[in-house]
Design a protein around this ligand. Structure first.
Ligand SMILES: [Fe+2]
Ligand SMILES: [Fe+2]
Length: 318
């Protein structure tokens, strides 16, 4: 049996490895809290990738050209792939995927709130790629240095694909913003609706964030919510200027002393309302996920039966 003294020693050794920037691997000793935090964060991330396929999937059949359709289809497929890498990374911590998915479907697990907003126009597909994938990249680049090995390595690959997503979105915005007056209005409207929810993707202010401090100590998180959000705000200003659109935040202004843009306050009431299930599409997203999961049951059954057959055959040969 392990004594408290043993535990303390293990924990000190663990924290030392973190300080030395060594990656923690699945079979290494880790504190319970570290494991739980990671399962929560990685599965939440996986759910976001998969639920995020829905708002954009809504426009695959309505893309304005064959080329746009092919690009969007490929982008949405990538998101499914990101979900798979991340579920696999979460499984290395000992929780089976079926349990993670059950938690999503029961509402116990969360996913990024942004995907509870509806896609109303083609401009929204541009704004999502540009702003939502753009915000995700800022966060995920930082997570390439997260302390858990499988998560960090998953992020490297995901980031490469995310930068393609961001560019395809921005390219749609360029076409619209430099197009007819009606197209320009569409681009502005999409920017207005997705800008603030994109800022909310970085989570609450650090002072309000339940998990922030400990996640920083364990180097699960490498930069604070507010620092990452500031990076995104700063990089978005020239992009909006290039499009010739109006910035949705009337208080945006360059602060020479800080070397950053000052900005208006986020509507946190809206943030918490959507997180707590009162966004436009919360129910629709989960209902759709459950239906797709049930429709796919025969595939899972067939794979299980096939593997069982292979296993028996191998046994007979042996
Ligand atoms: Fe993704
Ligand atoms: Fe993406």
């Amino acid at each position: 049996m392990k004594t408290t003294a043993d535990e303390t020693r293990l924990e000190q050794r663990f924290q030392q490895r973190i300080e030395q920037e060594q990656k923690i691997e699945p079979k290494d000793w880790m504190p319970d809290g570290y494991r739980k935090s990671l399962i929560r964060q990685i599965s939440q991330h996986a759910h976001s990738e998969v639920i995020g396929m829905q708002p954009e999937g809504n426009f695959i059949t309505r893309a304005p050209s064959l080329r746009r359709k092919a690009v969007l289809l490929s982008k949405v497929q990538d998101e499914g792939g990101h979900g798979l890498y991340l579920y696999s990374a979460a499984e290395t911590l000992g929780t089976p995927r079926s349990e993670l998915i059950a938690a999503l479907q029961s509402g116990e697990a969360k996913y990024a709130s942004i995907f509870n907003y509806p896609t109303q126009s083609w401009g929204d597909i541009g704004a999502i790629g540009w702003l939502v994938d753009g915000a995700a990249i800022v966060n995920q680049i930082s997570l390439q240095r997260t302390s858990y090995g499988p998560y960090a390595r998953g992020m490297v690959r995901i980031c490469k694909e995310e930068s393609f997503h961001q560019r395809q979105g921005y390219e749609i915005m360029i076409a619209l913003a430099h197009g007819s007056p009606a197209q320009k209005r569409m681009a502005q409207d999409s920017l207005n609706r997705f800008y603030w929810p994109a800022l909310m993707m970085f989570g609450p202010h650090d002072s309000e964030s339940a998990h922030s401090a400990r996640s920083m100590q364990w180097k699960i998180k490498r930069e604070t919510n507010d620092d990452l959000r500031q990076k995104f705000i700063d990089q978005t200003v020239p992009q909006i200027e290039y499009l010739g659109l109006q910035h949705p935040d009337s208080e945006i202004s360059w602060n020479e002393a800080r070397g950053h843009y000052d900005h208006g306050e986020i509507d946190w009431n809206e943030f918490y309302a959507v997180i707590n299930g009162n966004g436009h599409c919360n129910r629709q997203r989960i209902t759709h996920h459950i239906r797709a999961h049930e429709d796919g049951a025969w595939v899972r059954d067939a794979i299980t039966a096939h593997n069982e057959k292979l296993r028996k055959r191998a046994q007979q040969v042996a």
